[in-house]
Each structure stands twice: as C-alpha cells, then as structure tokens.
Design a protein around this ligand. Structure first.
Ligand code: NAG
Ligand code: NAG
Ligand code: NAG
Ligand code: NAG
Ligand code: NAG
Ligand code: NAG
Ligand code: NAG
Ligand code: NAG
Ligand code: NAG
Ligand code: NAG
Ligand code: NAG
Ligand code: NAG
Length: 780
C-alpha cells in the first residue's frame, strides 16, 4: 500500500473517531449515582494512586481531556469523586474511569490501585504511562469485566495474567507499544469465554488467528487491526451470531474467504473493515450477505478490475464506505444516491470514469467526499455540490474535470479541506470568494489552468477576516504578484507558489509570515531574480523552516553567509538559477539538512568537504557548476557523509583522485540501512509531497513522490562523477556498495583496470566509464 494511502486512511479514521468520541461524551455526562459511604482503605489507596502521577496536558490527546483526579480530596465520600463508581450496597469501589485524564508517569506493580480488589470496570485509556509494562498485579482484579488500557503509552509484553481475568467481557489494549507471545489469542480464546468486545489493535501478535477464537460465542466486536496476523481468518468467525464489528485492517498477510453458505453469515454485521489485507472479496455477494452494513472499508484490497455493482445502493444503512486504492472502473453507480445517511465516501485511487452521478446530491449529510486520483471528467457538478453543505473534506484532485470552479463551492461553509488540484479547470478564481469559507485550512488549486486573482483592496483591509490557512498550494495559478493577503497568515505550515508568474524581487515580508509554523516554502519555477533589500535569500528565515525551494528562477548573486545553529532546514533546493561565488561555510550548521541541491548554477568553489559531518545529509547535488580542484586535500577526518545516498558532482572541474576509500568507507553504508524506512516515511511522506529529480539509469527523471524502488536500496545508490577531470584508479572497494544502481564515471581521466569485483553488484543497472583511460573487460 502506498504511503499516502495511509494518510488518507487516517483521515477517514479521524473523521469517524471524532463522531464516536462525541457520542461517548454525551453518554458519560448523563450518568448519575446515589453516593454510598466509601471504605477508608480504598480512600487512601485512591489518594496514593493520585500521588503516583503527575498531570500533563500532553498526556491525553482527546480535546475534552481534563485532570479528573484534581477533584479528589480527602473525605469519606470518594464515591462522588470524578471517575469513581461505588457499589450502592457495599460502598466498595467497583469502577474507575480515568480515561483522558492527563495522567503521566510510570505505572508500577506496587501501585495502590491494585488493592481495589472489587473493581469491575477499569478505564485508563488515553493517558501517558511512559512505556510502563502492564503490571502482573492486574491479576488482583478477578471481578474485572471491563478493562480499557488503549492509547496509554504502555509497552513490553502483554502479561499472561490478563488471560486469567476470566470475567472480562470487554478488553481493549489497542494502540500501545505492546508485543505479545504468539499464544496470546489462543489463551484469551480459551479462558475469556465471556468476551463481547476485544480490541488488540497495533499489538504485534505476529501469528495466525486460532480457530478457537470463534468459540467466543458472545463476541460482538473483534478488532485486530495492524497485528501482524497471517494465514487464513477462520471462516467460523462469520458464524458468530452476535458479531457486529469485524476490523482486521492492515494485516497484509492475512487471507480469508466468506463462507459459501449464506445462512451462516453473521446476520447483524454492521462494520466490516478488511482494508490492506489479502482477503478474497467478491463485492456483489458481500452486499447480498451483509445487508445491515453501516461501515465498509475495502481500501487497498487488490480488488480486480470491474465496476461497482448497482446493488451497492441496497445497503440502505451504509454511512461509511471506503473503496480507495483498488482497480474499480466504469461509472459510479447512480444507486449510491439511495444511501441518504452517508457520512463518508472515499472512492479515491481507482479508475472510475465518466461523470460524477448527480444523485450524490442526495447525500446531504456527507462530511467527507474523496474522488481524487480517478478518471472522472466533465464539469464539477454544480447543483449536486450545492446540496452537500455539511462537507468538511472535499477532494476532487487528479482527475480530468474541466470547466470553471463552480460558485456553489463557496456555499460549502463547513469546508476545512478543499483539493481541486491536477485537473483541467480553467477560468478565473477571485480569492475573496474564499472569505465565505472561514473554516478552510487546506486549499490546493495547483496544476489547473486557473487564474487566481487576489486583489489586495479586498483582502488586506482591517474589516476583512481571512480563513487561517495551514496548507496553501497555489502552484501554477498564473499568479503575478506575491499575494499581499499572505502577510496576515500566521499559522501557515506549507506554502507552494511554484510555477507561477512571480517576477522581480521576493518581498522582505515573505520571510516574516507564520514564523512560528511555516515549514515549507516553494517559490521555484517563477521568474524571480532577487530578494528585496537583502543581498540574497534567507538572511531572516523563520527558525522553523524545513523546506526551502527556490529552484528554476533567475536568482543571482551570492547565498547569504549566515545559517544559524538552530536551523531546522531539511531541504534546500536552489538549483537552476544564477547563484555564483562560494558556498557559505555556515551551511554546515544546518544539522538537520537531508537534501542540498545546488545543480545548474555558477558556484565557484572547492568540494564542500565540510558538509561531511552532517549526519542526516542523504542527497548532495552540485552538478553543472564550476566547482574545481582536488576533492580531498588535507581534511580527511571530515570526510564522513555517513548516510549519503545520492551524490552528483558531474559537469564541474573537479580534478585529482576521487577519495572513494574515505567517502564510502562502508561505515556509513552499513549502518544506515535500518534507518531507511523511517527516513522515507518521515521525510518524504509525512508531509505529503516530496519531489526530486534523479539521474538514474541514464535518464533524468522527475519523481513527484517517492519512487517505488527507493525502499529497496541500501547505502549509496547513485554516484555521478562524470564530466570532471578526475584521475587515478577505480578502487575495487566500490563493490562494497551493495545498493549501487547507477555509477557514472564517464568523461574523466581515470586510468588503470576496471575492477572485476564490480560485476558482483547485482543492483547495478547503469554503469558508464566511457571517455577515460581505462583498461580491462566490462561484464554486462
Ligand atoms: C519517563 O521515562 C523517561 C525515560 O525512561 C525518564 O527519563 C522520565 O523521567 C520518565 N518520566 C517520569 C515522569 O517518570
Ligand atoms: C477505550 O477507551 C477509548 C477512549 O476513551 C474509547 O475510544 C474506546 O472505545 C474504549 N474501548 C472500549 C472497548 O470501550
Ligand atoms: C486460564 O485461567 C486459569 C485460572 O484463572 C489459569 O490458571 C490459567 O493459567 C489460564 N490459562 C491461560 C492460557 O491463561
Ligand atoms: C513483530 O514480531 C515479529 C516476531 O516476534 C518480528 O519478526 C517482527 O519484526 C515484529 N514486527 C514489528 C513491526 O515490530
Ligand atoms: C472450541 O473450538 C474447537 C474447534 O475449533 C472445538 O473443537 C472445541 O470443542 C471448542 N471448545 C469449546 C470449549 O467449545
Ligand atoms: C438536493 O437534495 C434534495 C433533497 O434531498 C433533492 O431532492 C435534490 O434533488 C437535491 N439536488 C441535487 C441537485 O442533487
Ligand atoms: C448559495 O446559497 C444561497 C443561500 O442558501 C442560495 O441562495 C444560492 O443560490 C446558493 N448559490 C449557489 C451557487 O448554489
Ligand atoms: C475592505 O474589504 C471589503 C470586502 O471584504 C470591502 O467591501 C471594502 O470596501 C474594503 N474597504 C476598503 C477601505 O477598501
Ligand atoms: C515582521 O513582523 C514583525 C512582527 O509581526 C513586524 O514588527 C515587522 O515589521 C515585520 N517585518 C516586515 C519586514 O514585514
Ligand atoms: C573561480 O574562482 C577562482 C578563484 O576565486 C577564479 O580564479 C576563477 O576565475 C573563477 N572561475 C570562474 C569560472 O568564475
Ligand atoms: C570507520 O570506522 C572505524 C572503526 O569504527 C574508524 O576507525 C574509522 O575512522 C571510520 N572511518 C570513517 C571514514 O569514518
Ligand atoms: C593511459 O594509461 C596508460 C597506462 O595505463 C599510460 O601509459 C598513458 O599515458 C595514459 N594516457 C593518457 C592520455 O593519460
């Protein structure tokens, strides 16, 4: 599954969980009890429990979280304390609900909580227990019926004592850092025969699902999402008469079929989530079988090409449907308009074509609609959209929509995210129209044929209240001037003005907007030539800036000389400009720098050995400049470049020998491999977009997002030293670079034999050593 699909899935989960949380809160506030007298020992146990944690706002994520235990004061009425429930007759504490209570600190097995042996319900969800283990003293609660430790920063093994709590009817250990022995499911299935709800999401169980799990005849909700499960999901699960929720998402190696016999399928199944599994899915028969479905998530299930059956319209209760990342094609059935209670519909990343059926205008409760990455064409249906006034999330990006941006869009006042990018929309858009959409935080209009007009007289006066944007992507919108309304934007984190018609100088105030939050600026592919009043860019970057893209403009002059220690810059791309002179040595202070692209300028300097100490630098492209001289002179110990992946020094005047033995000594290249996945997710995808031009396999290619192959690479994988004046031999140690895909040493003065060990490099697909003075055979 693509990384960006994870993002999408989490968006949808977010929407739904917000709704669920809302219901929980309403339900909780309706409880009220008589107040019996508490037992002294239990009061003191609770007060000591209170002492054992500190309160920290960050320890809980739920917005309405507060410190419940702050109201606990020494008195004999502990039964009235917030979160405490007593038995009306005996006065014993039987329930403790401290979910979302901002508790922070380790949870020890000697905690006085474990003396409350009458507990039947314990909810500690959404706190931060600082990677504590579940204490084995949990066995002190033999009467426990409800246990919820979800999302509370526990870690370690799930202790076997949990499976001794034989009265449990609800167990939720989800969203922690647990691992488990492979027997966890088996022992739970054997002992906890009264289980109705089981949620072990994100526990690394890494086993098959035992057939005995289907012995839990009372099970109504089974959630085993992201557990590393494999093998077949036992078909008997679908014979569970009470089963309403089955969620086994994100277990790639989990297979399964629905039983052949319709009559045995769980008749009341309401929520079925099989996303990112290997389940065999026949959509028409699934619809026929489970007609009570409210939620259906089949995202990324490898469902083969074909249309969505018309019968989908028979699932009258459906409110949530995710079919994204499959190969559905044809038209979206008109019958979807029958499903009037729909809240969330995601059809993205398929091959749907034709027009969007206007029947979708019946789905008046829709909150999220994602039709992106398909082949929809025609106009954006104006009247239909005008009905969908509840929408908070609307993405139509990456389709073939044409015509103008419909005015009815500006009636959707609840919109928070609006993505229309990568279509063929045309005409003008007056930015002041967005004043109607006060909740809008993410707007993407990039890559259409639109002309965005932002007249400052409407947008920059005291009476105007603009939406507060976080992500603003206005690439290729024919913008001619830096929009003045940007000056008042103070929570922007992402700003893309690339590919417009900006010319002249970058105004000083541009470096002064959203200084607390801005992490990405892209003003590449314009006609900019300089910076107002400062000699060059960035004298005053906001301290949190991470991505700076100024490429493909006409900037000239020197780079500014000061980059402070505190710099968070991770990407600097100033390629394809006319910068000249020396590189500022203070770039070495940018300790977070991962990618530095200086290609196609006129920098005249020696090799930046002094960047070798940057522990994160993965991409260094200085090609097409006038760098000169011997790459290694004195300073050998600095030559580390411990995690470099891409080095492009081509088309310069480097001379002398290339210090292979120092730059790629193997130290770095063996230690970085574990880090690779993390790096890709973190720096390429968490922010959604990343693009790079890579010269690979002889072709310069532009990757708008992560190239598929990048995950397989180990160590340096592209080395281009061509078109210099390098001398000396090619060292056989190059063959240690087991991930090397592309090696270009052409047009130099290298001599000696071509090392035969290079033939061991399975991964090498481009190898160019032409125009040197080399000898020896070349194996293909
Ligand atoms: C949480 O764990 C970290 C690392 O073990 C430790 O430094 C810190 O003091 C702990 N916090 C508390 C409140 O105990
Ligand atoms: C556990 O608590 C969390 C947070 O309050 C809640 O979202 C979840 O539904 C609870 N789990 C169960 C099984 O009740
Ligand atoms: C089942 O529960 C009994 C009694 O509580 C306990 O002795 C046994 O170890 C448990 N079995 C498993 C597999 O946890
Ligand atoms: C899960 O556990 C298995 C075996 O215990 C291990 O091989 C695997 O790497 C773990 N997966 C993750 C994501 O930690
Ligand atoms: C549990 O299921 C298995 C089949 O998977 C069956 O043989 C066994 O008798 C069942 N055990 C109980 C206690 O029902
Ligand atoms: C808007 O919703 C109403 C009521 O659901 C429906 O009758 C009408 O056809 C819808 N309009 C469009 C254009 O879909
Ligand atoms: C926008 O909403 C107003 C008031 O509900 C309505 O009169 C108008 O026709 C709508 N405009 C569009 C283009 O749908
Ligand atoms: C300020 O903007 C509003 C529209 O938002 C406009 O009606 C008004 O004329 C503007 N005021 C001035 C002084 O330009
Ligand atoms: C930058 O912002 C500060 C505070 O908002 C303001 O005082 C200063 O004048 C601004 N500078 C420029 C060049 O806009
Ligand atoms: C590069 O700089 C050196 C030393 O400052 C100078 O001699 C040389 O002419 C410059 N080359 C170019 C192409 O500007
Ligand atoms: C490689 O590692 C060895 C042993 O840790 C160390 O002595 C050597 O200096 C390292 N080489 C480089 C270039 O960092
Ligand atoms: C090429 O290398 C040979 C020895 O391998 C040497 O004799 C000859 O001078 C070299 N030619 C050039 C142009 O460097």
């Amino acid at each position: 599954m693509g990384l960006s699909s994870l993002c999408l899935i989490s968006v949808s989960i977010y929407i739904l969980s917000t709704i669920v949380l809302f219901h929980l809160v309403v339900a909780n506030s309706l409880q009220s009890y008589n107040t019996p007298t508490c037992h002294d020992d239990e009061i003191s146990a609770l007060l000591q429990f209170k002492q054992s944690f500190v309160s920290r706002k960050f320890a809980s994520d739920y917005e309405g979280a507060y410190l419940k235990i702050s109201s606990w004061k020494s008195s004999n009425s502990c039964c009235s304390w917030d979160g405490v429930e007593c038995d009306e007759k005996t006065g014993h504490v039987i329930g403790l609900d401290l979910s979302s209570s901002c508790l922070y600190g380790p949870f020890g097995s000697k905690n006085t909580l474990f003396s409350l042996v009458h507990l039947q319900r314990l909810n500690l969800a959404d706190n931060d227990f600082n990677f504590s283990q579940i204490p084995t003293s949990i066995r002190n609660f033999p009467r426990l019926r409800y246990l919820n430790l979800s999302y509370s920063v526990f870690s370690g093994h799930v202790p076997s004592e949990v499976s001794q709590l034989s009265q449990l009817s609800s167990l939720d250990l989800s969203q922690n850092d647990f691992s488990s022995n492979k027997e966890l499911l088996r022992s739970l299935a054997q002992n906890l025969t009264g289980l109705e709800t089981l949620d072990l999401s994100s526990i690394n169980i890494s086993s098959t699902v035992p057939d005995t799990l289907a012995n839990l005849s009372l099970l109504t909700s089974l959630t085993l999402n992201h557990c590393g499960l494999f093998g077949k999901l036992p078909r008997r699960i679908f014979k569970l008469k009470n089963l309403k929720v089955l969620d086994v998402r994100d277990n790639r190696a989990l297979t399964g079929y629905f039983p052949d016999d319709y009559s045995v399928s769980s008749p009341d199944l309401m929520s079925l989530k099989l996303s990112a599994t290997n389940f065999s899915i026949n959509l028409p028969s699934l619809i026929e079988r489970f007609h009570s479905l409210k939620e259906l998530d089949l995202s990324s299930c490898n469902i083969s090409e074909g249309p969505v059956p018309f019968s989908l319209g028979n699932l009258r209760d459906l409110i949530y449907l995710d079919l994204s990342y499959n190969k559905f094609n044809g038209q979206v059935p008109f019958s979807l308009g029958n499903l009037k209670d729909f809240i969330y519909l995601d059809l993205s990343y398929n091959k749907f074509n034709g027009q969007v059926p206007f029947s979708l205008g019946n789905l008046r409760d829709l909150i999220g609609l994602d039709l992106s990455y398909n082949k929809f064409n025609g106009h954006i249906p104006t009247a239909m959209l005008g009905n969908l006034t509840q929408l908070t999330y609307l993405s139509l990006s990456n389709n073939y929509f044409h015509g103008s941006v419909p005015q009815s869009l500006f009636n959707l006042t609840n919109l928070q995210t609006l993505e229309l990018d990568h279509n063929s929309l045309s005409g003008t858009v007056e930015f002041q129209k967005f004043l109607n959409l006060q909740k809008l935080t993410d707007l993407d209009l990039s890559n259409n044929n639109l002309e965005l007009l932002s007249e400052s007289r409407f947008l920059n006066n005291a009476t105007t209240v603009l939406p507060k944007f976080e992500y603003l992507r206005l690439g290729g919108c024919n913008i001619r001037e830096f929009p003045v309304f940007l000056r008042s934007q103070d929570v922007l984190s992402w700003l893309d003005l690339s590919g417009n018609k900006l010319q002249g100088q970058v105004p000083k105030w541009m470096w002064n907007i959203s200084t607390e939050t801005l992490s990405y600026i892209n003003i590449s592919h314009n006609f900019l030539s300089g910076f107002e009043k400062t000699p060059a860019c960035g004298g005053n970057f906001s301290a949190n800036l991470e991505y700076l893209k100024l490429g493909n403009n006409s900037f000239h002059g020197n780079l500014p000389q000061s980059y402070t220690n505190g710099s968070n810059l991770r990407t600097i791309d100033i390629g394809h400009n006319n910068f000249h002179g020396q590189l500022p040595r203070s770039l070495a202070n940018c300790a977070s720098l991962e990618s530095l692209v200086l290609s196609h300028n006129k920098f005249n300097d020696t090799f930046p050995v002094w960047l070798g100490a940057l522990l994160e630098l993965k991409i260094l492209k200085v090609d097409h400049n006038v760098f000169y001289g011997v790459i290694l002179k004195h300073d050998k110990k600095n030559l580390q470049f411990p995690v470099l992946r891409i080095l492009d020094l081509s088309y310069n005047d480097f001379s002398g020998q290339f210090p292979f033995e120092y730059i790629f000594s193997g130290n770095g290249t063996t230690t970085i491999t574990h880090d690779l996945e993390y790096y890709l997710i973190y720096s390429f995808s968490s922010v959604g977009y990343y693009s790079i031009t890579i010269i690979c396999k002889g072709v310069e290619r532009y990757y708008p997002r992560i190239p598929e192959f990048i995950g397989k690479l180990e160590g340096i994988w592209s080395l281009n030293l061509s078109n210099n004046i390098l001398t000396g031999r090619i060292p056989s140690s190059l063959s240690n670079l087991s991930g090397l895909e592309s090696l270009d040493l052409s047009h130099n003065k290298l001599s000696g034999e071509i090392p035969q060990q290079l033939a061991q490099l399975d991964s090498l697909t481009k190898f160019n050593v032409s125009h040197n003075n080399l000898t020896g055979p070349v194996q293909s």
